[in-house]
Design a protein around this ligand. Structure first.
Ligand code: CP
Ligand code: NVA
Length: 302
């Protein structure tokens, strides 16, 4: 059975196939071609954190493919009152054909897959955000050409779930990665160790050094969901870790700028840079739909 728990579990070929399918589904949607690939299938979507893009794109994606999405807020589920994930997994496996979950602990997603008997898709944990990075890679291919091997992505900011998934996704696609982050806010050490064995990864506090030779600049919020209480403190720690004119100028000519969104203008990205690169940032947001439809087809039918 195919799950998407983290990109580390997928081969480069599986990722490339998914991106090709995402391109095909995008073109077919634009051409008005309807699908019934997931007719009769139901996806439960468990949200333990807020969401705009992930929720709406999974919901629309299931409709587009002829299936049914079911929004399940943890506020209403017994899981939110402490029912063990082992039991939730086994019960929901009797009703549904697949589960998308957004939660805190990566272990919870792994446990759903372990105890359940249906495909599990990770819609963001504190450790990673694989669906976002598939949309990011689709967007990079659209702007830079399908062969993205050798391109360099520079991520500026917190070494968080986005940084972890970008490192893995980009390196699996043959890209180079640089992370500019303050000391103590580096990406997960297992991801860093994997990256150093499997590709080129630079981690530095020096933003300009990280930007040099970059084809794609990427950033994310300084305080992720669950870190709201530390937001003011983090503003001080991250204040220089911003995509601004200096970062764009230090990068290759024609550099793309991406942001998973939601964005905080004036914090991790300036208003000017965000608006100058709105075309690719909102194409990236749209591609959440197409990339996830490809993930749904792969997980439900393989
Ligand atoms: N980028 C992203 O996952 O957005 P949402 O939190 O709105 O789903
Ligand atoms: N790092 C952010 C990503 C949001 C899509 C968070 O976890 O809140």
């Amino acid at each position: 059975m195919k799950h998407l728990l983290k990109l580390l579990d997928w081969t480069p070929e599986e990722i490339a196939d998914t991106l090709d399918l995402a391109d095909k589904l995008k073109a077919e949607k634009k051409a008005g071609i309807k699908h019934h690939i997931l007719e009769g299938k139901t996806l439960g979507m468990i949200f333990q954190k807020s969401s705009t893009r992930t929720r709406v794109s999974f919901e629309v994606g299931m409709h587009d493919l002829g299936g049914k999405p079911l929004f399940l807020s943890s506020k209403d589920l017994q899981i939110g009152r402490g029912e063990p994930v082992q039991d939730t997994a086994r019960v929901l496996s009797r009703f549904l054909d697949g589960i998308m979950i957004r939660t805190f602990e990566q272990q919870e997603v792994e446990d759903l897959a372990k105890y359940g008997s249906i495909p599990i898709i990770n819609g963001l944990t504190d450790f990673c955000h694989p669906c976002q990075v598939l949309a990011d890679l689709q967007t990079i291919r659209e702007y830079k050409g399908k062969d993205i091997k050798g391109l360099k992505l520079c991520y500026i900011g917190d070494g968080n779930n986005m940084a972890n998934s970008l490192i893995v996704g980009c390196i699996k696609m043959g890209m180079k990665v640089a992370i500019a982050c303050p000391k103590g806010y580096e990406p997960d050490e297992t991801v860093v160790a994997w990256a150093k064995e499997n590709g080129e990864l630079l981690i530095t506090e020096d933003i300009i050094e990280a930007c040099k030779g970059s084809d794609v600049l990427y950033t994310d919020v300084w305080a992720s969901m669950g870190q709201e209480g530390e937001a003011e403190e983090r503003k001080k720690i991250f204040k220089d870790y911003q995509i601004n004119d200096a970062a764009v100028e230090a990068s290759n000519k024609g550099v793309m700028v991406l942001h998973c969104l939601p964005a905080h203008r004036g914090e991790e990205i300036t208003e000017e840079v965000l608006e100058a690169h709105a075309a690719e940032i909102f194409d990236e947001a749209e591609n959440r739909l197409h990339a996830q439809k490809a993930v749904l087809v792969k997980c439900f039918t393989e």
